[in-house]
Design a protein around this ligand. Structure first.
Ligand SMILES: C[S@@+](CC[C@H](N)C(=O)[O-])C[C@H]1O[C@@H](n2cnc3c(N)ncnc32)[C@H](O)[C@@H]1O
Length: 259
């Protein structure tokens, strides 16, 4: 009784003035949602996921994981923002370059126009590396097309811009930098001769529409399966295998993408 007398009655205050009760405790439903949507699992990194999602929620003034889940199911922009926050886009030019060299040798043997898929491309360094390596090997620019796809919208926008920091181009020679980039202070802007060989799309490889994205002579899928569990890796591999023109041509997976 005594307590109730002094307790502040907030029911007359406008919604935004009332103290919000925050509940950022059980991350499991968000983890499941994210895995079902993207394939990416945080099974062994739940505390990292919890920290990232809590920061995301606070920034968006979402007061619980439950509220977030509810909003994600209704709001595709919010879902894309969460995907952009939680996916890892680390990449650089001429990464695991031996495979690119193998690809160049195979393309040189082709007499038709070659279609190449980079799934995922992240910020574009991989498909652009392939384009540079093909041009360096004397392959005519009109004899190949490269499509780079990624689920991360911000990464694809950066890929389309084609402007890179020093650490991303560290494996390229100064001759290649002179030939294919324009230096702007500490940044390197890719020339149109390379940019025009690559197109980009934001797409999830598990979306139904990805199955109709086209057929390709060569497919690169490097450093994405490392974020999937075994079952999802097998599913992803199957989807990509169905996009091959020649069913005997192996997909180029990254060395860390073990099955
Ligand atoms: C580490 S990057 C790899 C980039 C490049 N292939 C490389 O090896 O340098 C992994 C990328 O996979 C993308 N990714 C994760 N799940 C995806 C999905 N379901 N569909 C398409 N892209 C996805 C992420 O957005 C991220 O940009």
């Amino acid at each position: 009784m005594f307590f109730n007398f002094f307790k502040k009655d907030t029911s007359f205050e406008p919604e935004h003035k009332r103290e919000q009760i925050q509940d950022y405790d059980d991350i499991s439903q968000i983890a499941n949602f994210f895995k079902n949507e993207t394939g990416v699992t945080f099974d062994k990194q739940e505390s990292i996921l919890k920290n990232k999602v809590t920061t995301f929620c606070k920034h968006k003034e979402i007061f619980s994981f439950h509220e977030l889940l509810d909003s994600l199911n209704r709001n595709s922009t919010l879902k894309q923002e969460l995907i952009d926050t939680l996916t890892t886009n680390e990449t650089f030019f001429y990464r695991e370059f031996k495979q690119v060299q193998e690809l160049v040798e195979l393309v040189k043997k082709c007499s038709h126009k070659v279609e190449i898929l980079c799934a995922p491309s992240a910020t574009g360094e991989e498909p652009y590396s392939i384009a540079i390596a093909l041009l360096e090997a004397g392959v005519a620019s009109e004899s190949f097309n490269i499509l780079g796809i990624d689920i991360n919208q911000e990464a694809i926008q950066r890929a389309k811009n084609g402007v890179y920091k020093e650490r991303n181009i560290r494996n390229l020679s100064s001759e290649q930098l002179r030939k294919y980039f324009k230096q702007e202070g500490g940044l390197y802007r890719l020339n149109d001769s390379v940019k025009s060989r690559v197109t980009f799309r934001v797409i999830n490889i598990f979306d139904h529409s990805f199955k109709n994205i086209g057929n390709f002579d060569f497919i690169f899928c490097r450093n994405m399966l490392i974020y999937f569990d075994k079952e999802t890796k097998i599913k992803a591999k199957e989807i990509l295998q169905n996009l091959r023109k020649n069913k005997n041509q192996e997909i180029f997976f990254g060395h860390a993408d073990l099955f």
